[in-house]
Design a protein around this ligand. Structure first.
Ligand code: SF4
Length: 268
């Protein structure tokens, strides 16, 4: 492995952390936010919803199944599920035992079955079988909270939405964009920092970075392209070798190259 990455000096990193903790001035913060957004767009040019779906209803179902489960596993069960239940009426009238068996690999399958049957019935009764396209209507449906509703709006209806999941909340707090813990307040604060048209794609970018680089327990700070703009730099290993071993996902080599870390053919 060879490195030519520019990481912040300890003094620069401490200076940024102190400025953010003291209340960064709005112009400085806006510039830093924009640099982070540009770096994320460069890091994840193919970022998208990682759940497979064809219709808004499919996406609502997949998002309900993704609770406490990986997107990969959800994508393994949804082809058969969607083929058997193409409409809301199919979920409303589903055979519970059969539905449970289909979604069992995603965990919590009894609760999720209740949600899917309830969702189908509510969409048929209240919306003529079509999933509604507003936040207010979506959050009143069984199994759909604000986070799920924003995923559906942004990815199935092209209505900009900020998805505050565990990754999103953790990262924007680390970057000092907000100190809020409440997801609705996080959504509001970030919504003022990021142009509305970019809300959906920025949600993907942030979540991708949280899954691949900025992990909850050991963030890969020494292999992170955001290092010089992150007040939490140093929370994880800053040594490029140790940090690059923590970077995950199909874009790993691209991410390491952007960070100035060149790996050998074995990816080390
Ligand atoms: S990996 Fe480290 S430097 Fe990068 S965003 Fe996370 S805390 Fe900041």
């Amino acid at each position: 492995m060879s490195t030519s990455v520019r990481r912040p000096t300890p003094r620069a990193a401490a200076g940024l952390a102190a400025r953010v903790a003291a209340g960064e001035n709005p112009i400085g913060r806006a510039r830093r936010v924009n640099r982070i957004l540009r770096s994320l767009a460069e890091a994840y040019p193919a970022a998208r919803c990682e759940l497979d779906f064809r219709t808004p209803l499919d996406l609502a179902v997949a998002t309900i199944l993704s609770a406490q489960c990986t997107d990969e596993r959800v994508n393994q069960v949804t082809p058969a599920l969607f083929a058997r239940h193409p409409t809301a009426a199919d979920y409303a009238g589903a055979d519970r035992t059969e539905l449970e068996a289909l979604i069992r690999p995603t965990g919590f399958y009894r609760n999720k079955t209740n949600s899917l049957i309830g969702l189908g019935a509510a969409v048929v009764e209240r919306h003529g079988g079509e999933l509604p396209a507003t936040l207010d209507d979506l959050v009143k449906l069984p199994g759909i909270g604000r986070k799920t509703a924003n995923v559906i709006l942004g990815n199935a209806f092209d209505v900009p939405g900020i998805t505050v999941d565990t990754h999103f909340g953790r990262l924007v707090r680390r970057w000092g964009w907000t100190a809020e813990e409440d997801p609705v307040k996080v959504e509001q604060t970030v919504g003022e920092l990021v142009p509305r048209r970019d809300w959906t794609i920025v949600s993907h970018h942030v979540i991708f970075h949280g899954r691949r680089v900025c992990h909850a327990r050991k963030p890969a700070c020494g292999a992170c392209t955001l290092a010089s703009d992150c007040p939490a730099y140093g929370l994880g290993p800053t040594d490029p070798g140790a940090a690059s071993a923590l970077v995950k996902g199909p874009e790993r080599e691209h991410l390491l190259a952007l960070a100035g870390i060149v790996t050998d053919e074995a990816g080390r």
